[in-house]
Design a protein around this ligand. Structure first.
Ligand SMILES: Cc1cc2nc3c(=O)[nH]c(=O)nc-3n(C[C@H](O)[C@H](O)[C@H](O)COP(=O)(O)O)c2cc1C
Ligand code: SF4
Length: 447
């Protein structure tokens, strides 16, 4: 490791990933061997409002994309209302590029369960749901096994650890739809209806699951709570930046030498992360990247030193989102990549509102024309016009997210769109961007 690498390696802060080297990290004993289930003793001995204050003081902001302060969200739950309260963990994770919650739950499901117990206690909920993306059956089995272990150990169920607090946890598998990650569509789906967003207000804190006060939080947000309770809010705040406190997963995928989860302080830069990940694929250079999944505007190699915190990425014209850093080198056609994402949004549009249902369809038609070289320069204007009619006019953020790759790619790569028209088709060979391209080149095959 070079000196420069060593300095960057110090930026890694394994908190949620601290036990991942242990092959039994996902078991109850494996979790207990790494301070597991210590925080609930402390939390259950505190008044619930003090737990909420602790999470507020830590500066933890939602890790599901929007960055809403977690403690403040818990504080919105009305008290003394004689209604049941619910905690719902959003484990739907379906955005292209986003891949942190699923590996985390495979490696460490008990840390999520401990977070669920503490959060439920704080908001006075006696029933909690973990809504999991339907396709990941292996994660479903692992979560269910962990919940069973937690019940058997007395951490979940009636009168937890003699505290008088009761909690039941249900792991629910959705049917597999991106829109069911949107919190109100998720609640409809959980109630047995077709998953479509609800009109707000009322917000879930007032009328959520079964019209009762509900907190919906991302897996990583809830799983961050035990470490905050164990180590104190000041410890958490000592990482990250003033307004984006703490640590989080940065998921590197695509054309990077060592893709994977890098747990680090918020505010680390892509340059530092690439240094840790062995750089862009050997012999290639960075062309564009997403800071937080496909719905966050693309950035380029000009943005390597932007601190990856909510404020700085926003100031650079994008969003921190889920910290899903998809790396694309110069072999990738940006028009083709954007078309694939847009096809995803068209397919996943729930159809409830016209701008998104019709707009994503039209975006795909225009992009297909452009990509195959059959379009005209006016099509770029048309694309931007359709985006303008979706952004801010759609019923939920899926529609807004669908426009991000298009508007940002036209901003940075307008010439590449025009090259498709001049060339009468795509000037790129997609084989060059595949994982097996170097092997093809070595054998002299066409790549
Ligand atoms: C189309 C769409 C999909 C979403 N998918 C997820 C998801 O899979 N997981 C998630 O935590 N939040 C997702 N969100 C954000 C949620 O609506 C919500 O903001 C989040 O669960 C709140 O948790 P947090 O405050 O802990 O971040 C999605 C939002 C939209 C619009
Ligand atoms: S924006 Fe799209 S996904 Fe959201 S409600 Fe409208 S049609 Fe459904």
């Amino acid at each position: 490791m070079t000196l420069e690498n060593a300095a960057t390696a110090e930026k890694l802060v394994p908190v949620l990933s601290r036990s991942w080297d242990d092959p039994r990290s996902y078991t109850l004993d494996g979790y207990r061997a790494h301070d597991g289930y210590q925080a609930i003793h402390r939390a259950l001995a505190m008044p619930p409002d003090d737990v909420i204050k602790m999470v507020k003081d830590s500066g933890l902001r939602g890790r599901g994309g929007a960055g809403f302060p977690t403690g403040m969200k818990w504080g919105f739950i009305p008290q003394g209302d004689n209604k049941p309260h619910y905690l719902v963990v959003n484990a739907d994770e379906s955005e292209p590029g986003t891949c942190k919650d699923i590996p985390f739950m495979m490696a460490n499901p008990h840390e999520l369960i401990e977070g669920v117990i503490i959060a439920s206690y704080a908001i006075r909920a006696t029933k909690a749901f973990i809504y999991l993306r339907g396709e990941v059956v292996h994660v479903l089995r692992r979560l269910q096994a962990a919940v069973r272990e937690a019940y058997a150990a007395g951490y979940v169920g009636g009168n937890i650890l003699g505290s008088g607090f009761d909690l039941d946890i249900v792991v629910h598998a959705g049917a597999g739809a991106y829109i069911c990650g949107e919190e109100t569509a998720l609640l409809d789906s959980l109630e047995g209806y077709r998953g479509q967003p609800r009109l707000r207000p009322p917000f879930p804190a007032v009328a959520g699951l079964y019209a009762s006060p509900t907190v919906v939080n991302n897996v990583e947000s809830i799983a961050s709570v035990p470490a905050i309770v164990r180590n104190g809010p000041d410890w958490f705040k000592s990482f990250g930046t003033e307004k984006s406190a703490g640590v989080g997963f940065f998921s590197l995928s695509g054309h990077v030498t060592r893709p994977g989860q890098y747990e680090a302080s918020l505010g680390i830069t892509l340059r530092e992360l690439l240094d840790l990940a062995g750089g862009v694929r050997y012999g290639h250079r960075l062309k564009f990247w997403t800071p937080g999944g496909s719905s966050t505007p693309l950035l380029t190699d000009e943005h390597l030193d932007v601190p990856l915190d909510f404020e700085s990425v926003g100031a650079a014209g994008s969003m921190l989102g889920t910290r899903a850093l998809q790396i694309f080198d110069e072999t990738v056609c940006v028009v083709r990549a954007v078309l694939r994402w847009t096809e995803f949004y068209m397919h996943e549009s729930c159809g409830k509102c016209t701008p998104c249902r019709e707009g994503t369809y039209w975006l795909v038609q225009v992009l297909r024309n452009l990509e195959s070289g059959k379009g005209t320069e006016e099509d770029l204007t048309k694309l931007l016009d359709v985006c303008d009619n979706i952004l801010g006019r759609a019923f939920c953020a899926l529609g807004d997210g669908a426009t991000s790759p298009i508007t940002s790619s036209i901003q940075f790569f307008r010439d590449e769109y025009l090259d498709h028209l001049r060339n009468g088709g795509c000037p790129f060979d997609p084989a060059h961007s595949t994982a097996w391209a170097p092997a093809l080149a070595a054998t002299g095959a066409r790549a």
